[in-house]
Design a protein around this ligand. Structure first.
Ligand SMILES: Cc1cc2nc3c(=O)[nH]c(=O)nc-3n(C[C@H](O)[C@H](O)[C@H](O)COP(=O)(O)O)c2cc1C
Length: 327
């Protein structure tokens, strides 16, 4: 069991926030496969405080979509306060603060990973969050800005003193972005220093890599990000592997295609026909990763506009075989 503040979780496998991915259809689908705590993608405090229509849509949720985490991006206390005020009309269980995003326009605004270079400013923002949030506050960090300034341990310790209830740590530096080796040692150092839960992120792509992360770092939970793209089966299969090394049978092509169709339909319900199909295109590629002779189907999927054409394209994949065991 994993406890974050007053939130008690049965599962320590968490669906990480992913910009452009972690919408309501994606979260609900992963929940069907065993995901418990899921996050909405990061949302800028300033956009929330302006109540833009796009932001309100991103915050859409329902009764099945719990427990739910919201992640804020921000650099100024006044917008964070306003965002918390607006969020009081939404139901959620965790408020995470992002000090990890490496995207240029985000760090140039003094937000995301750039806060690792200005820890004092980060702590003052965390104090505002902890004082005003109705739910437990958590913090997402990286190992550090670059390999010469790895400071996750110091940042996490001071953040714990500010009253946050868990730390999510991506074991790469800002400069590494999303590639290169994950630093398991820094995650272990953070875990050993803190008394609050530490949730690890970075290459959480398979049951084996999840076990490796737990074994090498002693972390309390893991955040699944790219590992869940086109692969909600990771939530179904990982617990058995962690318990007794059970290797689950991979989903059949029929099962993958059925799940794709359900996901497509959920996107259409949520975004409307045209937008739903466009949003689903990237998922088509992820679900069919490793399918033999998939290329012409992918090329078509990148142009398909009508829902019925996307459905036919999915059905047409039924004769294909997975080339390697990717799911
Ligand atoms: C498409 C994409 C979008 C992401 N968006 C966010 C985000 O909104 N907030 C966040 O904290 N991390 C975000 N991340 C980072 C992931 O949560 C995770 O920390 C990172 O991908 C490392 O885990 P992995 O190697 O298992 O994918 C994103 C990652 C990807 C691939």
């Amino acid at each position: 069991m994993l406890q974050i503040g007053k939130l008690k979780l049965k599962s320590n496998l968490i669906l990480a926030p992913m910009a452009g991915v972690s919408d309501l259809p994606f979260r609900l689908l992963n929940r069907k496969f065993g995901c418990e705590l899921a996050f909405i993608e990061m949302i800028n405090s300033c956009s929330i405080s302006h109540k833009s229509r796009k932001t309100q849509h991103m915050l859409s949720s329902n009764g099945q979509d719990r427990p739910l985490g919201i992640q804020l991006l921000g650099g100024e206390g006044k917008f964070i306060l306003k965002a918390i005020d607006v969020l009081s009309s939404y139901e959620f269980d965790i408020l995470d603060f992002n000090a990890a995003c490496p995207v240029k326009k985000v760090v140039n605004r003094g937000e995301g990973a750039s806060l690792l270079r200005e820890p004092k400013r980060l702590y003052s923002l965390l104090k505002v969050l902890v004082k005003n949030s109705p739910v437990p506050v958590t913090l997402k960090i990286r190992a550090g800005w670059d390999k010469d300034s790895v400071n996750a341990r110091e940042v996490a310790l001071a953040a714990q003193d500010c009253g946050i209830k868990a730390v999510f740590i991506h074991g790469r530096t800002k400069l590494q972005g999303y590639s290169g080796a994950v630093d398991y040692r820094i995650i272990r150092a953070v875990k050993e220093a803190l008394s609050i839960p530490v949730i690890a992120s970075g290459d959480i792509l398979s049951p084996e890599l999840i076990a490796k992360m737990f074994n090498e770092t002693g972390c309390d939970g893991v955040a699944i990000a790219r590992g869940a793209l086109g692969n909600p089966w990771l939530f179904r299969d990982a617990p058995g592997f962690l318990r007794n090394g059970a290797i689950a049978k991979r989903p059949s092509i029929d099962e993958v295609l059925k799940t794709m169709t359900q996901h497509l339909n959920a996107c259409i319900d949520f975004y409307g026909g045209k937008n739903g199909v466009v949003i689903f295109r990237k998922f088509f590629n992820w679900y069919t990763k490793g399918f033999r002779k998939i290329r012409p189907y992918r090329e078509k999927s990148s142009r398909v506009k009508a829902a019925e054409h996307m459905v036919s394209l999915i059905q047409a994949c039924c004769g294909l075989q997975p080339e390697r065991e990717t799911h």
